[in-house]
Write a protein that binds this ligand. Sequence first.
Ligand code: OAD
Ligand code: ZN
Length: 286
Amino acid sequence: KNNSIEAAKKLAKLLQENPKQKVIFLVGAGISTSCGIPDFRSPETGLYHNLSKLNLPYAEAVFDIDFFEEKPRPFYLLASELYPGKFKPSRFHLLLKLFQDNKRLQRIYTQNIDTLERQAGISQEYIIEAHGSFAENHCINCKKIFKMDVFKEHLNKYQKDPSDKNFARCNSCNGLIKPNIVFFGEDLPKKFFTTWDSDLETMSEKETRPIVIVVGTSLTVYPFANLPTDVQKDTTRALISREIVGDFKVSPRKTDIIIETNSDDAADIIARELGWSKQLNNLIKE
Ligand code: OAD
Ligand code: ZN
């Protein structure tokens, strides 16, 4: 615990000593657990643990396209847990907003589908939703595109009556309509790859080199889990998490900064060290 405070201070000091340096954040479900949204893989509280009640062949089947085609119900259950609108950004999300406001933000790559980065007021140019979102839908059969509401209406019906057999279906081919969330076996948005390539380039010059901070992800899902490995050796990496994961565990670097704590606690320390506590408190009050 003491170590994590020292590490957070060290990260803040680096940021202070290099006032022009920007930050790339790579985030996952851990930054939203304090908002009341469960993560996926934490024992007991994670969604995959709790989905085991549904007799899934394996927990991740809920994000499997073939399984969805046969049995859409488990995904509807998961979607009704995660659907945006009823949650508020965490202190960590608001810290991200302060990185934007203070011109220190280069990018946020998020695996989350809760859209809390947008809700925190971060502008779209900084956000890469690597695993998509509920903002648009498509027919899994003919790929026709549908507005957000088409799925939402059926989800509402499902929430009122989980035995309802009607799912959102395509008016052209009767295929199932699914939000543009990236399922296993589906491609990530093109923008994810092109933006990461250009962000990688900024790491090769000292003047543009960012710091990369990984937060609240188990780094188990690829290709996202490869990003910290891709980071050039001259670029400082930091990890804020309850556990040491992925490349930080397998191939630790001498320069890695490990902050093993809750993301909101880390946000408080970093904000305080950077002199942003007042700004953070103002955002919390809003
Ligand atoms: P996981 O549930 O796999 O990992 C969350 C990580 O955050 C774990 O390492 C936790 O220990 C840590 N954690 C939890 N609460 C925290 C907190 N308050 N502060 C700091 N750390 C905390 O979630 P992801 O890595 O995001 O796919 O999962 C990746 C993908 O797997 C998701 O995007 C999802 C899922 O299949 C889709 O939604 C398509
Ligand atoms: Zn169709």
